[in-house]
Design a protein around this ligand. Structure first.
Ligand code: ZN
Length: 331
């Protein structure tokens, strides 16, 4: 295993889950096939209470203007407990959640300590593109880059990102890229049939049939938890689809309503919401027997999927959105 790696791939395919599993594997003390799932280390890892496995991800800014490392670790531990209580099922971070400088400092400090009970330690950083550079915090940023470049021999750092194009080039150049593919449909079906998952999804406004849910997930079942979590994204998606049918001025306004700066998290959420809204149109079309409307919505979903792929690169969301809206209005 390289000392620092980046797991990249679409949102909702289980990148952070995979990173945590790798952490469990690296810390396992069992014999034979690892992770054994039985040794104390594996049990701690599975419950996410292993002191040598730390999981960082975007959080709301803490009230204190200059939080201590301990305050950061406590906040992160609370958030991890909440995710464990929800069986590891959580929506994408909200638009204002981020990995702030205080967190980067706490992370760098954690990496400098010796492991508590294992022979090594593992740091997982989810949604790493949400690390915000901050004026006057060059020292923390440089310490983090140095950590990525040369992690201590007993430390593994695993970043995950669904928008690796938004990562700072200085970060990208210091990690080994591992691209993970969307899940095949049978794996998605297996995931959806998990009792905890189906209970969580039953509280959301999703198509009732399993086949429709599998189609909607498109290999990334985690997105099913996210899309309906944001009423705001659904609202924007619906008004964008109305604009597609409207005048040229409406379409331009819809594309440029998306601010180009700092909207990447929000942009991928919007694209997911568009997929859901278009699937709803397909359902309505098949109920009312309007085959051609359903077919157009299906082709529009392909355009959204194309936009999702481009959004992974370092392309301005407005450019992607205006090209997508133009292509949709041609339909
Ligand atoms: Zn084990």
């Amino acid at each position: 295993m390289p000392g620092s790696l980046l797991i990249a791939g679409r949102r909702g395919i289980g990148k952070q889950r995979l990173a945590l599993w790798l952490g469990q594997l690296l810390l396992c003390t069992g014999e034979g096939e690892r992770p054994c799932g039985k040794c104390p280390s594996c049990r701690y890892s599975a419950e996410l209470v292993h002191p040598d496995l730390r999981w960082f991800f975007p959080r709301p800014r803490l009230a204190s203007p200059d939080p201590t490392a301990q305050e950061i670790l406590d906040d992160q531990a609370d958030a991890v407990r909440a995710r464990v209580a929800d069986f590891g099922l959580y929506p994408p971070p909200s638009g204002t959640d981020a990995i702030f400088v205080a967190t980067v400092r706490a992370l760098v400090q954690f990496a400098a300590y010796s492991p508590s009970i294992a022979r090594r330690k593992v740091i997982v950083v989810g949604d790493a593109e949400r690390m915000v550079p901050q004026e006057g915090a060059d020292q923390a940023a440089n310490a983090f880059l140095k950590l990525l470049e040369e992690p201590p021999a007993d430390t593994t750092i695993i970043l995950t990102s669904s928008e690796p194009g938004s990562l700072l080039p200085t970060i990208r150049s210091r990690v080994v890229f591992v691209r993970v593919a969307p899940l095949p449909d049978p794996s998605v079906a297996e995931f959806l049939n998990d009792p905890h998952v189906s209970k969580a999804l039953s509280q959301l406004d999703l198509p009732p049939s399993e086949n429709e849910r599998i189609a909607l997930a498109a290999g990334a079942p985690g997105t099913l938890l996210g899309v309906t979590a944001s009423g705001e994204a659904m609202k924007t998606a619906r008004s964008m689809l109305d604009a597609v049918a409207g005048s040229r001025a409406d379409r331009i306004r819809a594309a440029f309503a998306l601010s180009s700066a700092g909207a990447r998290g929000g942009f991928s959420e919007l694209l997911d919401a568009l997929t859901v809204a278009l699937h709803a149109r397909i359902r309505d079309a098949s109920t009312s027997g309007e085959a051609s409307a359903g077919e157009r919505a299906g082709r529009a979903i392909d355009l959204v999927e194309g936009a999702k792929l481009r959004a992974n690169g370092n392309v301005n969301p407005q450019l992607i959105a205006s090209a997508m809206i133009r292509a949709m209005s041609d339909l």
